[in-house]
Design a protein around this ligand. Structure first.
Ligand code: PEP
Ligand code: MN
Length: 337
């Protein structure tokens, strides 16, 4: 249930409505917009009379939410969510570029990557320290040492850090070094992990699972939001289809669909979306044109010798050229980079 309060509702009126919702068995989540306060009531109580809430003082309107996700729905925050991290806003007018190697490999590699991505205009550097690899024999990441190197490289250039957390036991160490935690495609339905990060107070980038529907993605986001962590962005990173030319099929349409159904910022990852560096630029351009709030892209100073995902990592020249093109596309759709 969503209770939209009147523009001039007093704090006491808001409190009385919240008390009544709690009394009736709802967990209450509050969203304060420029005009209206919206109270999201979630829980297992489906047998309630909307009129009871409609007649309370200060209430503008009450909606029963048909979709299984409530806090992730657009109605909870019609104005959209803007996630603020230091001086970077994700979900605002600027399209934020997050770029860097698939994995942190060495001090030299990540320092070079930081130079390249900062020069091109990225605001966030990516780099995995805990890697979910399909084969147990592939490089598994540098762990905490990798995070230290990543943080150091980022701080020298004023970049934010995004890195993947694979398991709740890694949370304490991740929180020391990262500004944004990535939940990888393989963990989108790891509900224990989602509940744990719902309790944390750090922005989350939640990737769509390899075979997840958009509704399942939004339900996974709901796990995090219902824990009280509202700083969640979603990411289209390609899904499994019968096509084999590309590593995954980049579902560009998921971007406007999520933006319509949800208030959460939407990110495009054309690197995992295609698996081939020749196809990353066109899909990156498409993602910005389709309304993505940010892009997550793999860039490596020497992709042919990368320890993971080299085939889909842009080399510096490709990255610089793409950034020029993205700036033009962003302007064409009323945004900036
Ligand atoms: C990654 O970002 O390097 C990664 C492993 O992503 P995904 O979870 O989308 O496969
Ligand atoms: Mn990767």
């Amino acid at each position: 249930m969503l209770v939209v309060m009147q523009e001039n509702a007093s704090p006491e009126q808001v409190q009385r409505v919240m008390d009544r919702m709690i009394h009736d068995g709802f967990d209450v989540h509050r969203s304060t917009g420029a005009l209206y306060t919206v109270l999201g009531g979630v829980g297992r109580n489906t047998d309630f009379d909307i009129a009871v809430f409609e007649v309370l003082e200060g209430v503008k309107e009450v909606h029963r939410i048909g979709s299984p996700y409530k806090l992730a729905s657009r109605g909870f925050r019609p104005q959209g969510t803007v996630i603020r991290i230091k001086d970077v806003e994700i979900g605002g007018n600027n399209v934020v570029i997050m770029a860097g190697p698939c994995s942190v490999e060495s001090r030299d590699q990540i320092e070079r990557a930081a130079d390249i991505v900062a020069e091109g205009g990225a605001k966030v550097i990516r780099g995995g320290a805990f890697k979910p690899r399909s084969s147990p024999y592939s490089f598994q990441g540098m762990g905490e040492e990798g995070l230290q190197l990543l943080r150091h490289a980022a701080d020298r250039r004023g970049l934010l850090v995004i890195s993947e957390v694979m398991d709740a036991v890694q949370l304490p160490v991740m929180l020391q070094y990262a500004d944004i935690l990535q939940i990888g495609a393989r963990n989108m339905q790891n509900y224990t992990l989602l509940r744990e990060i719902g309790k944390a107070r750090i922005p989350i980038l939640l990737k769509r699972g390899l075979s997840a529907t958009i509704e399942e993605l939004l339900l996974s986001a709901e796990y995090i939001l219902s824990g009280g962590n509202y700083d969640v962005m979603l990411c289209e990173r390609g899904i499994r289809t019968f096509e084999t030319y590309t590593r995954n099929t980049f579902d560009v349409s998921a971007i406007p669909v999520v933006k319509k159904l949800s208030h959460l910022p939407m990110v495009g990852d054309p690197s995992h979306g295609t698996g081939r560096r020749d196809q990353v630029p066109p899909m990156a351009r498409a993602a910005v044109a389709a309304g993505a709030d940010a892009l997550l892209m793999e860039v490596h100073h020497d992709p042919d010798h990368a320890l993971s995902d080299g085939a889909q990592s842009l080399n510096p020249e490709q990255y610089f050229e793409l950034m020029k093109q993205l700036r033009l596309i962003a302007v064409a759709v009323g945004r900036s980079i």
